[in-house]
Design a protein. Structure first.
Length: 509
C-alpha cells in the first residue's frame, strides 16, 4: 500500500488547530495540496497564524454534535487532535463523549477517513493498569475505530520537537539540574519520535486505502531510557555531563511536583507525562512504513531531532508550543468593554503616562513584555504570584513566550494569554491563573492632544461571588506598586528604546 499516491487534494478537517500538533499540521496539509477547514472553540486565536488566510475556520466544540456536524460537511478526512487532559477527574468521560460524537458525525457526513494521534501503550499491560491519561487515549482510539468510518490511529510515545511538552520537560530538567536524584522511571525504555516524522505520518495517513482501519505504532529509530535521553541531550547542548541517581521512592505524583518545580510544565500536564513513563513504551510493529512512504533521512534519530529542536529554539522559530492551546476550563467570556456594563461588579485599575519616546518604541516594549523580559514592576511580587498559582494547580509564571519579540492572538504569555492584539495600538491579555473571577490587562499606545506619545494601561477584574470581591480588596493596596510601577517602568524603557530603522539607517524616536 502506498499512502502518498498522487491525486487531487482532499478536504481535511483539523480539530485542535490551536494546539501544538494541530497548529503544525495545518501548513503541512496545505503544502501537500489539501484544502483545510479548522474547527476551533475560539477562531480568533488562529487569525494571526501565517496560514490563516488559506483555511476555512469554523467555530465549534467537539462535545457539541451540531457544531461537529456542520464542520464535517463536504470533508474527506477528519483529524482528531483534541483531548481533555487536565480537566479534572471527569476528563475520561469528556474524552469518551467527544470521540463518540466525532465518530457518529463523521459517519453521518460520509467522511472517508478519520486520523487520530494517540499514545503508545506498553505491551502486555492490561488497560486497567495504565495511567488514566494513556487509558483514555487508548479508549478514544477504540471508539473511533468502531465508528464505521475507516480510521487510522497513530500511537506515539515521547515527541521530540521545539515547544513540545515532552521536549520542554527533557530540556529544562537537563539544563537546570547538573546533578539530580530521579525516580525509577528514568530507566524505563522509550522510543521517542521527532515531531517532523509525526507530521509526515499524519499527512500521509490521509490517503490510506479505505480497507485500512487499525492502529499503527510510530517511533524513531532509537530506543533509549529517559536517563540516556538526558545524557545525550546534555552532550548535544554542550553541557557538562550530568550526575543522575535514580531512587525507588519517587512516585508519579511526587515526580510531577518535581517536574513542575524545575520546568515550565505545570503539574496538571507533568503528572500524565510522568505516569506514562512508568512502563516501557516501544513500538511493537512498524507496519506504517508499508502505508506511508519513508523518504531519505527518515525516520529522524533522537540526536538529530534534539539538534533541530534546539536550533529552532535558538533561532526563535518555535511555531507552536505545548501551551498553544488554552488549558481546559480557561475562561472564554467576552471582555466587558462597555463602561456601563450591566453584567455585575467590574473593578478597574487605570494608569496613564506621557512617554518621551515614539509610539513605535513604546509598542516594541509592550509587545516584548513577559518571558525573559519580565513585567517591569516588583519582580518578587510577580514571582510570588506565579508560585502561588502553581501551588494551586495553575500554569504559573514560567510558560514564557513563543517568540521573544512578536506576539499573536492566542499566544500564551506566562500566566496570561493574548486575547487581542492590534499592532501599534493595543495588547489585551486574559489571565489564566487560578482566580475567583475573570481578569484582563490592557496596554494601549496613543497620542494626546499635544501630539505626544501616551501610554494607557487598564486592569479589569470581574469577581465571582464574595471570595472574588474579597480577593480584589485584599490585593488592591499593592496595585500602586505593581500596576503603577509597571506603567512607570514601561514608559522609562520606551524612552531608552530606539524605534524602527529608517531606510537611510537612522532610527526614529
Amino acid at each position: 500500500m502506498n499512502g502518498d499516491e498522487a491525486g487531487p487534494g482532499l478536504s481535511c478537517l483539523v480539530t485542535g488547530a490551536t494546539g501544538y500538533i494541530g497548529g503544525r499540521l495545518v501548513p503541512e496539509l496545505l503544502a501537500a495540496g489539501h484544502r483545510v477547514r479548522c474547527l476551533a472553540r475560539s477562531p480568533d486565536k488562529l487569525r494571526d497564524h501565517p496560514w490563516a488566510g488559506e483555511v476555512e475556520v469554523v467555530a465549534g466544540d467537539v462535545t457539541r454534535a451540531e457544531s461537529v456536524a456542520a464542520a464535517m460537511r463536504g470533508v474527506d478526512v477528519a483529524y482528531y487532535l483534541v483531548h481533555a487532559l487536565g480537566t479534572g477527574s471527569g476528563f475520561e468521560e469528556t474524552d469518551r463523549t467527544a470521540a463518540r460524537i466525532f465518530g457518529e458525525q463523521a459517519r453521518a457526513a460520509g467522511v472517508r477517513r478519520i486520523v487520530y494521534l494517540g499514545g503508545l501503550t506498553p505491551a502486555g499491560v492490561p488497560e486497567r493498569q495504565l495511567s488514566p491519561h494513556l487509558r483514555s487515549r487508548s479508549e478514544v482510539g477504540h471508539i473511533l475505530l468502531d465508528s464505521g468510518v475507516p480510521t487510522t490511529v497513530l500511537r506515539a510515545a515521547v515527541i521530540i520537537g521545539s515547544g513540545s511538552a515532552s521536549f520542554e520537560m527533557l530540556r529544562y530538567l537537563t539544563e537546570r539540574l547538573p546533578a539530580m536524584v530521579t525516580p525509577r522511571w528514568v530507566r524505563t525504555r522509550i522510543q521517542p519520535i521527532a515531531v517532523r516524522d509525526v507530521l509526515r505520518l499524519l499527512v500521509g495517513s490521509a490517503r490510506m486505502p479505505d480497507d485500512v482501519n487499525r492502529t499503527f505504532d510510530i517511533g524513531g529509530p532509537d530506543v533509549l531510557t529517559y536517563q540516556e535521553m538526558m545524557v545525550r541531550y546534555a552532550a548535544i547542548a554542550g553541557l557538562p555531563p550530568r550526575v543522575i541517581v535514580p531512587v525507588p521512592v519517587l512516585t508519579p505524583g511526587l515526580s510531577s511536583l518535581w517536574v513542575a518545580l524545575v520546568t515550565p510544565v505545570p503539574g496538571s500536564i507533568a503528572r500524565p507525562l510522568t505516569e506514562s513513563l512508568r512502563h516501557e513504551v516501544v513500538c511493537g510493529e512498524h507496519d506504517i512504513d508499508r502505508c506511508v512512504p519513508v523518504p531519505p533521512g527518515h525516520p529522524i534519530g533522537f540526536d538529530e531531532a534534539v539538534r533541530l529542536a534546539l536550533q529552532r529554539v535558538r533561532d526563535a522559530q518555535v511555531t507552536t508550543r505545548w501551551s498553544s492551546a488554552s488549558p481546559p476550563g480557561a475562561p472564554s467570556d467576552p471582555l466587558p468593554t462597555d463602561p456601563d456594563w450591566a453584567g455585575g461588579s467590574l473593578y478597574t485599575d487605570r494608569r496613564e503616562r506621557t512617554v518621551d519616546a515614539s509610539r513605535e518604541a513604546l509598542w516594541r516594549v509592550i509587545e516584548g513584555i513577559g518571558g525573559d523580559n519580565g513585567w517591569y514592576s516588583f519582580p518578587l511580587a510577580w514571582a510570588a504570584r506565579g508560585w502561588l498559582d502553581r501551588l494551586a494547580g495553575g500554569v504559573g509564571l514560567r510558560r514564557g513566550r513563543r517568540d521573544a519579540e512578536r506576539l499573536r492572538a492566542g499566544d500564551s504569555l506566562d500566566f496570561w494569554r493574548v486575547e487581542e492584539i492590534e499592532p501599534g495600538y493595543l495588547l489585551r491579555l486574559r489571565a489564566e491563573m487560578r482566580l475567583p473571577g475573570l481578569a484582563w490587562l490592557e496596554m494601549y499606545v496613543e497620542r494626546d492632544e499635544q501630539g505626544r506619545t501616551r501610554y494607557r494601561q487598564r486592569a479589569l477584574f470581574h469577581p465571582h461571588g464574595l471570595l472574588g470581591h474579597a480577593y480584589w480588596w485584599s490585593v488592591s493596596p499593592f496595585h500602586a506598586v505593581v500596576f503603577g510601577g509597571m506603567a512607570r517602568n514601561i514608559a522609562k524603557a520606551a524612552a531608552r528604546t530606539p524605534a524602527v530603522d529608517t531606510e537611510d539607517g537612522a532610527t526614529t524616536r
